[in-house]
Design a protein around this ligand. Structure first.
Ligand code: GLN
Length: 278
């Protein structure tokens, strides 16, 4: 027999990851792990934990092993079909919510963590979330159901291609959104980080975007205006060294109030601008 404390000590992996795996194995929270550190762990659970720790030691991200990750105070189900939510992406949720939008569009929703967090924080708003990946949409759908978000519609679509032309025919009459958010792929295709650490296990289509990492951001910035209400905001996440380029793209596309916001690490992580008012 072994105790919680002994299992943690001998896990051979990072202490934070060990906590994530042990919490999931025992179906308890952090407070329980601390308060019951000297409790004996049943052999079957100890074996399960050691197997999970071995997978982590071999490189698999802890969030995929346990199949969930917390983001913006909610627990999201995950599979390797979707990116693992990052804490810095919460900035995008906060910036969207500050603007008190009624109609929100999330492009490349993945697990749905951004769209669902916005929908839950603003029950009177209506959120549309798009992804081109069917397996990703299945994960997002499960999160919508698990978190009981009622004001969100999931749609298949590749950036703006999935959005209907309500008018039909030649004249484009799109639904207009107050805020469009996206955490698109933005890593340069040749970036060495793609072959390292957790990124090796995440879907390449959610990470890499052309030779300079800006391919999808260009499509989003170029296509957003017809889908924005007058004065509506486009806000998107990008790489640590892409803020200047992103502001340039936004200005070229005619956005006003173009700016970038820093994440908790002090890195310019989100840029955006607003569509001109009428
Ligand atoms: N922030 C991620 C990383 O480089 C990339 C996520 C993304 O491309 N949207 O770890």
């Amino acid at each position: 027999m072994t105790t919680i404390a002994e299992l943690m000590r001998s896990s051979g992996i990072d202490a934070m990851d060990a906590r994530v795996l042990l919490r999931a194995t025992l179906a308890v929270n952090d407070a329980h792990l601390i308060a019951h550190a000297d409790d004996e762990v049943p052999a079957q659970h100890a074996a399960q934990f050691r197997a999970a720790a071995a997978r982590r030691a071999a490189g698999e991200p802890a969030a995929y092993i346990v199949g969930e990750r917390e983001f913006y105070r909610h627990v999201f189900k995950l599979t390797p079909a979707v990116l693992i939510p990052r804490p810095e992406t919460e900035l995008l949720v906060e910036l969207a919510l500050e603007r008190q939008p009624q109609r929100v569009l999330d492009l490349g929703t993945g697990s749905g963590c951004i769209a669902i967090s916005i929908a839950l924080a603003r029950p009177a708003a209506h959120v549309t979330a798009l992804d081109r990946s069917v397996p990703a949409l299945a994960v997002a759908q499960e999160n919508v159901a698990r978190l009981n978000a009622r004001n969100i519609a999931l749609q298949i679509g590749n950036w703006f291609d999935g959005l209907g032309n309500e008018g039909g025919g030649h004249y484009q009459r799109y639904e207009r959104y107050d805020v469009i958010v996206s955490n698109p792929p933005y890593v340069a295709a040749g970036d060495a980080h793609l072959a390292q650490g957790d990124l090796r296990f995440e879907p390449a289509c959610a990470l890499a975007a052309g030779a300079d990492g800006l391919a999808d951001i260009r499509v989003i910035v170029a296509g957003a205006r017809p889908h924005l209400a007058p004065g509506g905001w486009l806000l998107f996440e990008h790489g640590y060294d892409q803020a200047l380029c992103c502001r340039g793209l936004l200005s070229q596309a005619g956005f006003c109030d173009v700016q970038s916001w820093r994440d908790l690490a002090g890195i310019e992580r989100v840029s955006g601008g607003r569509a001109p008012s009428l």
